[in-house]
Ligand binder design. Sequence first.
Ligand SMILES: C[C@H](O)[C@H](O)[C@H]1CNC2=NC(N)=NC(=O)C2=N1
Length: 117
Amino acid sequence: MALRRTLVAAGARAMSQKEAQRQCAKLSQKWRLLAEAEPQGLQLQRSFQFKDFGAAWGFMSRVALCAEKADHHPNWSNVYSTVDVTLWTHDAPGLTEKDFALAAQMDAIAETSGLIE
Ligand SMILES: C[C@H](O)[C@H](O)[C@H]1CNC2=NC(N)=NC(=O)C2=N1
């Protein structure tokens, strides 16, 4: 398993800014591309506002299951009804299709989790 993970990680390659912009346009307009930072590269960021803490926590629980299944985990923080998310692929470093797949899942899950904006 460790070897398999190493091989998968070695295959992760960050996409160009142009491709990232194309992929970002398919998501909720609330996602923002963050300029390349050292050492993370390009990142994807969105803030989710839910109706209350229970809704925010429910959203995070559902997303956590998807993230674990994909072995791709968000950087996020929660303050009461707000969940701030930053996505990038550490191994790349930068954005890969895994980040956009997780972002799309988050958008869909949020819609049925008491999202306000
Ligand atoms: C060993 C394990 O597969 C890796 O560390 C995974 C875990 N989750 C991850 N999550 C994210 N966001 N980026 C990664 O590169 C990543 N790598």
